[in-house]
Write a new protein. Structure first.
Length: 268
């Protein structure tokens, strides 16, 4: 990062709450964080900005729980205003901080577009960056649920550090997770279902799920869609729950199946 950018980010961090109130005005303060929908100032609470330095990190840093994107307050200024490059962003930051203008040719900061915070795109990205389940805690979890052979047809993946936020007042935690793709009739991913797992192992109380309040959550466009196992021809078995349908597919591995999601899981 150019020296000029580092200094601007540091000065903005000193005024983190004021920056948030100005550029993320659709959000609100909750404890030591500013909560808003995304870096484009959409109403909501997916993105949180740290307002004070803490053991978790410095002030001014933000993370979007829906997309996994993160950055500093310069990124907030750029994306909330739709600015094109670092020169425009730096000039806006100086205006906010009431600093003198700088010569534009003295610095350059490559920028790329922030990932869209829409839930469908976030779901596709999460599934894309996840890995096969073979040899992971997902495979062990399903084995302990009695599913010795997982005929999932590519619908399941594993993420070792999937974001989980207990509630709007608390920072994000990370847990290993089983990621299941939710698709429409044209096999397009419209969402994902996340099952956070206990990295320590399986027990009879939680049945291998992580020791958190809501170890299952779904995100994206879910209505009318499902987690699908196999290619549908003229016969399809449908039911509620991923593990339930995987158990049936273990017995009938060639039959296409679809797992609908319980309403209890539909919180992004």
């Amino acid at each position: 990062m150019p020296r000029d950018a580092i200094e601007l980010a540091r000065r903005l961090a000193r005024e983190a709450e004021a920056v948030c109130r100005h550029y993320l005005s659709n959000g609100k303060r909750q404890g030591r964080y500013w909560l808003v929908g995304d870096v484009h100032n959409t109403p909501g609470r997916s993105l949180f900005v740290r307002l004070q330095e803490s053991p978790k990190g410095p002030a001014g840093k933000w993370t979007d729980a829906a997309t996994g994107e993160h950055g500093d307050l310069l990124d907030v200024i750029r994306e909330s205003l739709g600015l094109r490059d670092f020169r425009e962003t730096a000039e806006e930051a100086r205006r906010f901080l009431k600093l003198p203008r700088a010569e534009p040719e003295l610095f350059s900061r490559p920028v790329g577009p922030a990932a869209p915070a829409k839930s469908q795109e976030a779901a596709r990205r999460l599934f894309a960056i996840s890995s096969p389940i073979e040899g992971t805690v997902v495979e062990s979890y399903l084995l302990n649920r009695g599913i010795a052979h997982v005929h999932h047809g590519g619908s399941l993946r594993f993420h070792p550090r999937c974001y989980y936020r207990p509630d709007e007042h608390l920072p994000i935690e990370t847990w290993p997770a089983m990621i299941a793709s939710v698709t429409d009739l044209d096999d397009r991913i419209t969402g994902v279902h996340r099952t956070w797992l206990d990295p320590v192992g399986f027990d009879r109380v939680r049945l291998g799920k992580a020791p958190i309040d809501t170890p299952r959550r779904a995100m994206g466009d879910l209505l009318g869609n499902a987690v699908r196992f196999g290619v549908v021809d003229d016969i399809l078995a449908a039911g509620e729950g991923i593990e339930t349908m995987l158990s049936l597919r273990y017995v009938l591995p060639t039959m296409p199946m679809a797992a609908a999601l319980s309403a209890n899981h539909l919180a992004a």
